[in-house]
Design a protein around this ligand. Structure first.
Ligand code: UDP
Ligand code: MG
Length: 317
């Protein structure tokens, strides 16, 4: 069929951008060769007027659906919520800050209608990030792909089109801690995937919601989600320290019996104890991360709590 589209926009404190984004989206979507389209704004527990602005837009545009999350659940869960409510034959995911220019949707839909199941975007340039940020992102993907069995390409943001077939696959994943692009790589076919290049402009307004701490948490969580290699590496680390302490022990024996030199005890013992202690703490920390994740997942709590507005209400201001 390939004649209806859902666009899922996750927004957290994007009150200054949603109107401009909606204007751009309508310009593009009204000319798409489709029978129908819907724009699903997911308000991820914003503290500003994002929700009120979306409701106002809904008064004028019946294509707008709003999913309002009860609190801030994070970008990945916001996209999941939007996907759950999407009815289109394909879903386009995008940010609300106009860093994912709506004009590329035309190209995505074209490739999809030509038979592609997934249309990814590759960010060839990001006007909003510094060289240091770009380097950290590059290093993160190198580490992630070294540790993970699933290849997760760098510079491939969440701006993408996915056919209904794969949306239905993705809906079967129920883990709380999720990296969407990783799940997609895991489920993605080798064929029928098209990648288009795009340049990400600066944010339209406001500032990035990913500070250093949030980015680091996402990076560490992603590694734990997609790999158990850190646990394996802990064993190697233990073996390495055992080897080092063995060599040190041998050296002490040689020093004492062969070279007949008195062994300086205090410093060597302290260094060894602190070294072994630190390694044990690191390994315990790694194990703890995994146990913590199991603890959170076995509770089986719902992924999010949301309110869904399919239509504008008369008494909305
Ligand atoms: N976002 C969200 N929930 C969050 C953080 C971000 O829905 O907890 C949205 C945000 O409003 C934006 C998109 O996710 O539309 C990407 O966030 P941002 O632009 O801050 O990230 P950056 O582009 O700087 O990586
Ligand atoms: Mg952004």
């Amino acid at each position: 069929m390939r004649d209806s589209l859902s666009v899922v926009i996750s927004a957290y404190n994007e009150g200054e951008s949603v109107e401009a984004l909606h204007k751009e989206l309508v310009k593009v979507c009204k000319d798409l060769p489709l029978k129908n389209y819907e724009l699903i704004f997911v308000d991820d527990g914003s503290k500003d007027d994002t929700y009120a602005k979306c409701r106002k837009l809904q008064q004028k545009d019946a294509h707008i659906k709003i999913v309002r999350l009860r609190r801030n659940f994070g970008h990945e869960i916001a996209m999941t919520a939007g996907m759950d409510y999407a009815k289109g034959e394909a879903v386009v995911f995008m940010d609300a800050d106009l860093q994912h220019p709506p004009v590329y949707i035309k190209e995505m839909v074209k490739y999809w209608q030509e038979g592609m199941d997934i249309v990814l975007t590759k960010r060839v340039e990001n006007k909003a990030t510094s060289k240091v940020y770009d380097f950290c992102a590059w290093a993160f993907y190198k580490v992630l792909n070294f540790l993970s069995d699933t290849n997760i390409p760098a510079k491939t943001p969440d701006f993408r089109l996915i056919d209904r077939k794969f949306i239905d696959f993705l809906k079967q994943f129920n883990e709380h801690d999720r990296l969407f692009r990783g799940l997609l790589s895991w489920a993605m076919p080798n064929d029928k995937v098209k990648v288009i290049d795009f340049v990400a402009p600066e944010r339209f307004a406001g500032c990035s919601k990913y500070n250093f701490r949030k980015s680091l948490t996402l990076a560490l969580n992603s590694i734990v989600q997609f790999s158990t290699k850190p646990l394996r590496l802990s064993i190697y680390l233990g073996l390495l320290t055992a080897l080092l302490s063995g060599i040190l022990g041998l050296w002490v024996i040689v020093e004492h019996f062969v070279m007949k030199q008195p062994t300086p005890g205090y410093a060597t013992i302290m260094t060894t104890v602190i070294f072994i202690g630190s390694v044990q703490l690191i390994v315990l920390g790694i194990i703890g991360e995994y146990i913590g994740k199991i603890h959170m997942e076995v509770k089986g709590r719902p992924l999010y709590i949301a309110e869904y507005n399919e239509k504008a209400e008369k008494n909305d201001k």
